[in-house]
Design a protein around this ligand. Structure first.
Ligand SMILES: [Zn+2]
Length: 263
């Protein structure tokens, strides 16, 4: 909250971006609720501000904000790079979670109203094209609850952060909201980075995984097995002269019997 000309105004900063880069945008009052993290908008009549050599954007009285269904690929920048805001860190197991999941058609981008996430195929409810479930764009966000002493802290988690976290461990295609919620509750302690207004900017597992060794072991054993097989092959090709009796066992071969060819 800030006071401008004797009236209280609410201002909130966010990062916006297009193909060319990202910049900080200050949203004022009623405009704050007009935008959501991870969505695309067309802004008009923004104004620039310059402070300490850094240029930022701000909304004005005449700013219009129109939601757009196009997806913009942002340049490869880290989420936290340009953040002025101080972030807090917390390492704990998740106490509770509430996640909503949306599936968007990759062609017409419409949100699928009736979709069975466990099905292999789905027909878009708008453009009527049948596609593999994995072709649909998954958007999921919500909140994570952490216990801080007697209190509970609710942190909002946007789609970009949650997707990145789940993707490392699981294929999102057939997960429904409760699958994700259950995973968050059972994945062990997590380390979260969150802003002062309780938005998670990064989440990762607090404990390093050591499962690699047990996964590598069987493969190594199999490789040893195949080498042993190859070594034992030549012993089956002991030559015996035709008409002669095959020796009972290789170690009883009489040297005289194997040498006549040389004379
Ligand atoms: Zn469609």
């Amino acid at each position: 909250m800030v006071t401008v000309r004797d009236s209280e105004s609410e201002v909130k900063s966010c990062q916006i971006g297009d193909q060319t880069g990202t910049i900080q945008l200050s949203l004022w009052d009623g405009q704050i609720d007009r935008v959501q993290l991870g969505k695309t908008y067309m802004f008009t009549n923004l104004s620039t501000r310059s402070f300490n050599g850094k240029t930022t954007l701000t909304t004005t009285r005449n700013t219009t904000i129109i939601h757009s269904s196009t997806t913009i690929t942002l340049p490869n920048t880290s989420n936290t790079n340009d953040f002025d805001t101080q972030t807090n860190t917390l390492t704990q197991t998740v106490e509770g979670s509430t996640i909503t999941i949306k599936k968007l058609c990759p062609k017409c981008h419409s949100t699928q109203q009736s979709i069975n996430i466990k099905d292999n195929f789905h027909r878009c409810t708008t453009c009527k094209i049948l596609r593999k479930q994995s072709s649909y764009i998954t958007k999921c966000n919500g909140a994570l609850i952490f216990k801080i002493g007697e209190d509970e802290l609710s942190l909002a988690i946007p789609n970009s952060v949650l997707t990145k976290f789940i993707h490392k461990e699981k294929d999102m295609t057939f997960l429904d909201a409760q699958d994700i919620e259950e995973y968050l509750l059972t994945c062990g302690p997590v380390s979260v980075n969150y802003t002062n207004d309780n938005h998670i900017v990064e989440i990762k597992k607090a404990i390093c995984e050591t499962e690699l060794t047990s996964e590598e072991a069987p493969e190594l054993e199999q490789e040893l097995c195949s080498i042993t097989d190859a070594v034992s092959l030549p012993s089956t090709s002991i030559k015996t002269n035709p008409g002669e009796k095959r020796p009972a066992a290789p170690e009883t071969i009489d040297p005289k019997q194997t040498q006549p060819l040389k004379d």
